[in-house]
Design a protein around this ligand. Structure first.
Ligand SMILES: NCCC[C@H](NC(=O)CCC(=O)O)C(=O)O
Ligand SMILES: NC(=O)OP(=O)(O)O
Length: 319
């Protein structure tokens, strides 16, 4: 029987401020929730590479007293067939619906990373793999970054902004597109926009024309095509590359004028620079910007974001 508890989207967060406060409380008292997950196990399933998500999720589980099992699908498991009704006489030895049901027998939570493949917009935005997990898992599902969202990253980013904002000033947060040599998903940018919208901040998105994110995501948010104008008076600059949503998966620009440099940062209100990492130095942002940024604090907060997200889901199954 599939579970209704999950953490895959901002809609799974009932009170963002309370979640942020709980994460900050855990940061001050890292061993306080040791009993919450005692005797439980989380399965971490990776279809794509990861450093932060992998390590912070395992450590977060330990902080809750939970055991972890990690599966790297590409290198450790059988090749998975994704299509329903397929005649499996080719390379794939196991169907994803069997694999998910089986994995969920061994765990109390099942977490999955499955990026967009950027070939077909409808397919990526239908979240096939994540929704298969939700459908076939007997236990609650957690997103470790899916085709269209990265909620654990966005939660860590909200904690970081709350810690770093000036007292008594509603922060101006700017999400800026930045150049990159490869086509990347919109997932991080989508979630960042959704979570900032749910928080107490002003948001401006700046990107070259042709790079607008999905309308459902950006609804109500100002999009400024002049990066210099967008940076004026900003308190936080959040850089991310994404490939085009409109001309889906395409690289329309690699214009280095969009790289975040110290000259660009000088246009802001002494803004703090943020990025989810990994970052291509001197492509997305200059060494100087990155070395004077809060990106390591963001990465640190991935731990507390993950622990609180796992705890909230565990609490729902106990009800
Ligand atoms: N989990 C954080 C970001 C993951 C991914 N970045 C990347 O694939 C970078 C790869 C590169 O730099 O070639 C993304 O943009 O969604
Ligand atoms: N930011 C982030 O999710 O990093 P990894 O891809 O290394 O997990």
């Amino acid at each position: 029987m599939s579970s209704t508890a999950k953490f895959t989207n901002i809609t799974d967060v009932n009170n963002l401020n309370a979640w942020i406060e709980e994460a900050r409380y855990l940061k001050r008292n890292p061993h306080i929730f040791k009993k919450v997950g005692a005797g439980k196990c989380i399965g971490l399933v990776f279809f794509n590479p990861s450093l932060r998500t992998r390590m912070s999720s395992q450590r977060a589980a330990q902080l809750l007293g939970m055991d972890t099992i990690v599966l790297n699908v590409g290198s450790d498991g059988w090749n998975l067939e994704m299509s329903d009704g397929a005649v499996m006489d080719q390379g794939a030895q196991e169907h994803i619906k069997d694999a998910i049901q089986v994995m969920s027998q061994y765990c109390d939570l099942l977490a999955v990373r499955a990026f967009a493949d950027l070939k077909n917009r409808e397919e990526d935005y239908s979240e096939r793999i994540l929704n298969d997990f939700i459908k076939y898992s007997d236990v609650p599902v957690i997103s470790l970054e899916s085709a269209t969202g990265h909620p654990l990253q966005a939660f860590a980013d909200m904690i970081t902004i709350e810690e770093q904002r000036a007292e008594g000033r509603r922060p101006k947060v700017v999400l800026t597109w930045a150049p990159h040599p490869r086509a990347l998903p919109q997932a991080v940018a989508n979630s960042f926009v959704e979570w900032v919208k749910a928080s107490d901040a002003d948001l401006v998105i700046t990107n070259p024309e042709g790079y607008d994110l999905a309308k459902e995501v950006t609804e109500g948010v100002k999009v400024e095509y002049d990066q210099d104008k967008a940076f004026a008076d900003a308190d936080f600059i959040y850089a991310k590359n994404w490939s085009s949503y409109e001309e889906y998966g395409k690289i329309l620009s690699t214009d280095s004028a969009w790289q975040v440099t110290s000259e660009k940062m000088a246009l802001t209100n002494n803004a703090k620079f943020m990025h989810c990492l990994p970052i291509r130095r001197n492509v997305v942002a200059s060494d100087e910007v990155i070395d004077n940024s809060i990106v390591i604090k963001q990465a640190e907060n991935r731990l507390f974001a993950a622990a609180v997200a796992f705890k909230k889901v565990l609490e729902q199954i106990e009800k």
